[in-house]
Design a protein. Structure first.
Length: 233
């Protein structure tokens, strides 16, 4: 059933890990560094950045798994809405490389994102939905079937389709509660579904700390903890 859902979603055009459809203000920068580690010791570290231009937001995503897989992608995002009303829609496109062992392949990816903010009795919040596709060119990378199923889930995928649904709440000026549902279908592995819940605390000035848990709902994965830092300037 989940694979059928992803086949339907593939009819749309999609980018990974973008923070949402809201454009970054010109000259403004956002950086995020995070590490995820499961109960078996498998881990994944990522660096994410955005920089605002006049009508475009530029981004960078770098990821490394505990098995040594590496990916790096640069992308550009443009708004599809007119900035009026509560709804925001954007389209992103990017290119980069994915490396496994001694082989490197070019990759292309795209994201279609929707989001809106809201006010409630417990404070403000936001919701987003994103659809991301990534595909690598050239011959297949070395086999990634070694290790446990959970370890393979942490490897960087050559070809993948992802859907991310996020609900964020801001009960105070210094605290955010973020809940995300991650759905992913990889060409070389079973489809997965995970629920990620995080608390984001204001630490000092523009620095924020993220602490969270990732609970697998479907597919080969183990419960994991997530820690990260956010910086906007």
């Amino acid at each position: 059933m989940m694979r059928s859902l992803f086949v339907l979603l593939l009819c749309l055009t999609p980018l990974a890990a973008a923070a949402g459809p809201w454009p970054r203000e010109p000259g403004q920068t956002f950086l995020s560094l995070s590490v995820e580690r499961d109960v078996e010791g498998n881990r994944y570290a990522s660096l994410y950045g955005e920089y605002g231009l006049a009508v475009t937001t530029l981004g960078l995503e770098v990821g490394r798994s505990g098995q040594g897989d590496l990916s790096a992608v640069v992308w550009a995002q443009r708004s599809l809405d007119d900035g009026q009303g509560p709804h925001r829609v954007s389209l992103s496109a990017g290119a980069g490389v994915v490396r496994r062992q001694d082989r490197t392949l070019p990759v292309a990816q795209g994201t279609l994102a929707w989001g809106r903010g809201f006010e409630g009795p417990a404070g403000g919040g936001w919701m987003t939905a994103q659809l991301t596709a990534r595909a690598a060119g050239g011959p297949d990378l070395p086999d990634a079937t070694g290790g446990t199923a959970a370890a393979r889930a942490f490897r960087i995928a050559e070809t993948t389709l992802k859907a991310d649904l996020t609900l964020g709440l801001r009960p105070t000026d210094r605290l955010m509660v973020v809940n995300s549902l991650w759905l992913e279908d990889r060409r070389e592995a079973e489809a997965t579904a995970k629920l990620a819940s995080s608390l984001v605390f204001a630490v000092h000035g523009p620095v924020q700390l993220e602490l969270g848990l990732v609970q697998p709902l479907h597919g080969p994965a183990e419960r994991a903890v997530r820690i990260g830092s956010w910086l906007a300037f």
